[in-house]
Ligand binder design. Structure first.
Ligand code: 13P
Length: 250
């Protein structure tokens, strides 16, 4: 069975709640494509207003982060139950910006992934190498290690429902998109790694996105690759461009 594409916007730290409502209203007629699952991952404070604005559309609202404990003295954090209570079904875990600025590690990513599954939230698990790692020729080894740790303790049944976002750090926000060949090579290596950890069926079911300067012009070729099941889109998800990206195959 063919995998359904999943194209997600990552708003990062952009859009106040009122701007979020306006953006959802602008984008909702543009992001209709029955071949694609469409997710807007938004700042925590925007989740509820964005959900209200997206009601009755094909847009699903996701979160950009979540803590791995149930509740308690963790000032500033958002719990999984807070997300599920308002209907959140997707959460980005381990984005490179969270690893860089907020000290997330492969180990905390794994804890968050396990917690998300425990609550029935689909994690969008981010991985990707730095420019130095690419130049050293260790991209695939590095990404395989990130994946192996992220999936420790995850069952095959859970893994099959996960989303992995391969985002080379050097391509994020730089306008420097990976070539189609580079993106496909790593996404295929990730799928092979999932096959090694689990089995063929899990590897064939899991969805793997590419992220990093995805644009209207680069999306069609990237998303046509056999191992690229959509994208995680930063800057272009805040603009009407996102409509054209979601409709990459039309
Ligand atoms: P850009 O699309 O702005 O490069 O961001 C990619 C990204 O980090 C999505 O998570």
């Amino acid at each position: 069975m063919a995998r359904k594409k999943i194209i997600a916007g990552n708003w990062k730290m952009n859009m106040t709640p009122s701007q979020a409502v306006a953006l959802v209203n602008t984008l909702k007629p543009l992001v209709v494509n029955e071949d694609v699952d469409v997710v807007f991952c938004v700042p925590a404070i925007d989740i509820i207003p964005a959900m209200e604005a997206a009601k009755g559309t094909n847009i699903q609202i996701g979160a950009e982060n979540m803590y791995f404990e149930e509740k308690g003295a963790y000032t500033g954090e958002i719990s999984p139950a807070m997300l599920t209570d308002v209907g959140v079904k997707y959460v980005i875990i381990g984005h490179s910006e969270r690893r860089e600025y907020f000290a997330e590690t492969d180990a905390t990513v794994n804890k968050k992934v396990l917690k998300a599954f425990e609550h029935g939230i689909t994690p969008i698990i981010c991985c990707g190498e730095t420019l130095t790692q690419r130049e050293q020729g260790i991209t695939i080894d590095f990404v395989r290690q990130q994946i192996k740790i992220a999936f420790l303790g995850v069952t095959a049944q859970q893994a099959a429902t996960a989303v992995i976002a391969y985002e080379p750090i050097w391509a994020i926000g730089t306008g420097k998109v990976a070539t189609t060949e580079q993106a496909e090579e790593v996404c295929k290596a990730i799928r092979d790694c999932i096959c090694e950890i689990y089995d063929e069926a899990t590897a064939e079911t899991i969805r793997i996105q590419y992220g990093g300067s995805v644009s209207v012009s680069s999306a069609p070729e990237l998303f046509a690759q056999p191992d690229i099941d959509g994208g995680l889109v930063g800057g272009a998800s805040l603009k009407p461009d996102f409509g054209a990206i979601v409709n990459y195959n039309k």
